[in-house]
Structures are given as structure tokens and as C-alpha cells.
Design a protein around this ligand. Sequence first.
Ligand SMILES: [Zn+2]
Ligand SMILES: [Zn+2]
Length: 365
Amino acid sequence: MDTLNYKCPNCSAGLTFDSKEQKMKCEFCGSTYSLEELDKLAEQQDTVEEDKTEKWKGFEPEQWQSDEKSNMAVWNCPSCGAEILAEKTTGSTVCPYCDNPMIMPEQFKDSYRPDYIIPFMKSKKEAKQALKAHYEGKPLLPKVFKDENHLEEIRAVYVPFWLFDLDTAGRFSYEATKTRVWEDDDYNYTATRFYHVVRAGKINFRKIPVDGSKAIDDTMMEAIEPYEYQDLTEFNMSYLSGYMADKYDQEPDELTGRVYERMEQSVKDCFEASVKGYATVTPKQEKVTVTNKGEVKYGLFPVWFLNTKWNGKTYSFAMNGQTGRLIGDLPVGKDLAVKYWFKCHIPLTIAMTAIVTALRFMGVI
Ligand SMILES: [Zn+2]
Ligand SMILES: [Zn+2]
């Protein structure tokens, strides 16, 4: 980890903070600068260049091979518009999202072949058990939810995800404080130190997942993430045997906004997590630049779904088919807890500085 030191822009000598003037001062040439001025100058010297290309690079979709195509069929849901890929031998089937009967068109509509798949790790039995456990302790739950025949309708679906590579640079500043409290015979004392904290660095993201299906509620998908990439395998037709796969209906370039949203939140979290040891931290300036829009890949991730209709409303249950993380909307007791997908665990190259800008001292009787 590097430390950023404020150097005099005029003569390059080190600067120190003058608490009286609330400015950085050069002992050598006598110049003074506000912290804002210095941060502006540092920002201008950053060699960070934004990648403004509109399209994602390296998106060369693979096509299905002809023997694969001959085994597959696409079902359409006339109600919600979902398109589901499954083996031709699959009997009549209902839409996993809205429970309406689906129709198989005569023509196989071609689409991209997935690059990767995370195979189902959780069986139907495990999904049903998880659902039952989710219902436990809710005696007011209507019977229709717990009905064994209904639970049997839980469906395994491979959900289409686009996986984006992205390089970013961030520059953040915070106002932070440290407090010290002590007492003597007469007084209680509180001393608060104020810090101007600056962080600058780069984060390179690999395979940021964003689902490519309009039929699926984004909040719901985010709630059952993350998927662990150690099981990410090269796609092979045999994984689809006995399963349905939702066909993407949003292409990567349509999803750039959502990719950036996820990335920006993660960058902010990572940088803020690096500001440690203070009593309070308030972000002052946040700047995130995309320096390289990279490759996109196409993956299928496993989800168990069950919808329950009750009192004119549809309640949805979804379980991550790899990790078992679940979300379930129930008419009794809301527990929709959306967790952010990204834990700050990727290496972050970062330069940091913290200087004391003020010391407030209070004596309280
Ligand atoms: Zn100077
Ligand atoms: Zn549907």
C-alpha cells in the first residue's frame, strides 16, 4: 500500500497542515493551498482515461452446433413472453415464472450458445426441504402454501446471465473523526480530531453477473446471489438434460447501466472499507471511472422457483440452485432481505493519505 504525500505544487517540498489557516503550507516557499485545491490538482495529474466505447469488446457469441439444435426446442409463454429452452422430449410444460401453459413453436429459433454453466448442486428434495423450513414457525400461513402437491411443482430453471469484465479507477475523499474521552477530578473531556482522508486506486472486475431475462425480477435474483465461480464450468449440452433453460431476451449492450450500477456500488464499498480506525467517516467526493470495458461471456446459473397464488396475489419463492440461498415472499411476516452480491474480496491497489485538519477540544463539566 502506498502513501500519498501532499507535495508543494510550486517547489515540490513536503506540505504540512496549518490548523490556524486550515490550509496546507509549504515551509520552504511559503505557499498555501486548500485541501480542495490539492485534491483537484492530484485528480488532474491522474493518468486515468475513461473508456467511452459503447459496445462491449470481445463479444463473439458462439452458435449452437447442428446436432445440439436437433435435440432442443423453444417453448413460448403467451402470458409473460418468456422463452424457455428444453429438450424436445420434454412433455407439455408450464411457464416457471407465471405458471401458464407454454407453446412449442414449429421452428427452433436460434440463439447464442452459453460459454459457461454452473450446474445444479441442490436437488428437488433439498429445495422442498428448504421451502418447508422457510414456512416453519408461521402457523398463520394459508394451507395452499404447504400443500404437498403444490410443493411438488417447484421447478428447476437455468437463468441466463451475462458476465462482464471491467477495469475501473476510483478517487475518493472522506471527512473522518477520531474521539478521545477522559476525565479528571473536575471535568470530563472529549477531544475530536478531524481528518481529511483520500483514497485513489484501481479495481479490475472479472465476470460481474447481470441476468439477461426480463421475466425475472432483478431484486429477487440479487437476493439469492452470489454464485460461487469455482463451479463455473464450460458449457456442455448434457447439463441441460432434464432441465429448462430460460433464453436471454436482453443483450449485453442493453445492460450496461445495470453493470455500472453494480460496479459503482462495489467500488464505493471497497474504498470505504479501507478507511479504518475512525469513529465516523463521511464521504465528501466520489469519482469512479471505467478505464476498460472488457469481454462479455454468457452463462447459465441454476435457480429453483415456486409461485403460489393466494388472495389474488402471487407469492414467489426462489432458491439459488448452487448455494441454497433463498428468498421467499409470504403473506405473513415480510422477510425480503436483499443483500448486495459483492463482498469486498478482490485485490485493490490503493494509495492512501490521512491528515489531521482540525482538533476540537471540549471540556464539559
Ligand atoms: Zn513550496
Ligand atoms: Zn410466463
